[in-house]
Design a protein around this ligand. Structure first.
Ligand code: C2O
Ligand code: CU
Ligand code: CU
Length: 489
């Protein structure tokens, strides 16, 4: 990156930026105090509904291909007993059913757009051909159906799907679109892990949205400051429910955690403060369970965890999110003693370090005076804003590349969870150091705090081709241009 030019431009725009930062810091403090108050208000009238788990989507099998149907639609939904909200959902009022498939399956997922705007459907974390990836070029017009056809060729993992309509992603996700895509394989089903869907194997999407006084979803609208920081709601919800409870019936439960928020970072813990075990990351199972007492999920992150029921103790035991009891646990008197915590899970090769192939500098665009005057923050990668007509670079199928990513904090310092389509990568280093155990294994987002530099080993599978995106997964940053595209050939 061309540092001197960058600095010159920084000085030019410096005063405007400082003024904006002063406004923003004030606003951030104000919004934090608002959030706390709103949470306190919500707390009293909840824990009365049982956690709902998205239904498994049925399929028909035609010529050896599993055919699934999704309908993106507008609907209404009640986040609270006394207010009706306008929402988007797949096959229902909000979120979507879980698609479950096995490694080796041939899939045809038909997505029908019953919204009155364009959308796309992206299989986040799936290693699929570019024309099935559901990025910004696979547009589904209203009343049309798009078929994503691919063979599941990756290990067992908890993936998800969500819209990727250019500059509309944040709004469409906020309005409710999103669902789980769970992949099983022989390893994952022979380890004796909890697999009773909805009973001891539970997908849990954590999101925040803005509800008004009456509990109604506020329309998606972001101020300039929210565009810069990412939208954070005033209410946390789990599978679209506010403070539900979960009844535990086995000695060990597995939660498939997904941060499906526009921008929030969540810290997950148990109210007892006791340990739980991370068994899987974005891209599949770890080699061994990693014991933690708190777990950070930035947006789009998935972790599979096992919780031993003996750690669910005390008065009103709960799953805590950012230190607030968001999921109350109730226990059956007699738990079924079904599972044991495995010592080891799967084996995979740790990729070695090597020379860097590409550099990515994440930051604010300093050059654009118009955007400075209007107060709009523009984010970019390598000082460029996203351009759908520009392919930023080309990579070869069946190759391994080394990418260095840097979060440049000048102008505005914020975290950027960086995501790459078409691959699951390994993290070689974070600020020159080996990653902690939790960040070993396969990932497809990596959070960069201001000033962080990470090196990733990024494999591209054989037989892949087409156009794919890489971007910051704070959806407001993505929509504001912090995205690029590459081609696999
Ligand atoms: Cu989950 Cu390109 O995104
Ligand atoms: Cu993705
Ligand atoms: Cu970002």
């Amino acid at each position: 990156m061309n540092k001197p030019t960058y600095r010159q431009r920084l000085t030019k725009s410096g005063i405007a930026i400082i003024a904006l930062l002063v406004i923003m810091i004030g606003w951030r403090e104000y919004s934090k105090s608002m959030t706390t108050n709103d949470h306190a208000k919500q707390r009293s009238d909840n824990y009365s509904n049982q956690l709902q788990v998205p239904p498994l989507l049925d399929y028909t099998k035609v010529d050896g291909i599993k055919l699934f149907n999704l309908n993106a639609q507008k609907s209404t939904y009640q986040f609270s007993a006394d207010a009706i909200s306008e929402t988007y959902g797949y096959n229902g009022p909000i979120l979507g059913p879980t698609i479950r498939a096995t490694r080796g399956d041939k899939l045809d997922i038909a997505v029908t757009n019953n919204l009155d705007e364009q959308t796309t459907s992206h299989w986040h974390g799936a290693v699929v051909p570019g024309d099935a990836d559901g990025g910004i070029h696979n547009i589904i017009n209203p009343n049309e159906t798009w078929h994503a056809k691919f063979t599941v060729s990756q290990p067992a993992a908890t993936l998800w799907y969500h819209p990727h309509q250019h500059q509309e992603t944040a709004k469409q996700v906020y309005n409710g679109l999103g669902g789980f895509l769970i992949i099983d394989d022989q390893d994952s089903s022979s380890l004796g892990l909890p697999t009773n869907y909805g009973v001891d194997d539970i997908p849990l999407v954590i999101q925040s949205k803005k509800l008004d006084q009456s509990g109604k979803l506020e329309p998606y609208q972001v101020s300039h400051m929210e565009q810069a920081q990412g939208l954070e709601g005033n209410t946390i919800m789990l599978n679209a429910q506010v403070k539900p409870y979960l009844n535990i019936s086995t000695n060990l439960i597995r939660l498939r955690l997904l941060n499906g928020s526009n921008s929030d970072t969540y810290n997950v813990s148990l109210s007892s403060g006791q340990e739980f075990y991370v068994i899987g990351t974005d891209g599949g199972l770890l080699e061994q369970p990693v014991s933690v007492t708190t777990l950070e999920l930035t947006t789009a992150k998935r972790y599979e965890i096992l919780i031993d029921s003996s750690a669910i103790t005390g008065d009103n035991p709960a799953l805590m999110i950012n230190n607030s009891a968001e999921l109350l646990f109730t226990k059956k008197e007699q738990l079924t003693d079904k599972y044991t915590l495995p010592n080891s899970l799967i084996k995979f090769d740790e990729l070695p370090n090597a020379e860097i192939d590409r550099d990515f500098d994440l930051g604010m665009l300093m050059g654009n005076q118009d955007s400075m005057m209007s107060g709009r923050m523009n984010f970019g990668i390598n000082d460029q804003s996203f351009d759908s007509n520009r392919i930023n670079f080309t990579v070869n199928a069946d190759s391994l590349e080394y990418w260095r990513i840097y979060n440049d904090p000048s102008g505005m310092s914020t975290n950027h969870p960086f995501h790459i389509h078409a691959t699951q990568f390994q993290i070689i280093s974070i600020n020159q150091e080996k990653p902690p155990d939790l960040l070993r294994g396969w990932h497809n987002t990596i959070d960069l705090k201001p000033g962080d530099e990470v090196v990733l080993a990024v494999p591209f599978a054989e037989n892949l081709s087409g156009t794919y995106m890489y971007h910051c997964h704070i959806l407001e940053h993505e929509d504001a241009g912090m995205m690029g595209q590459f081609q696999i050939q």
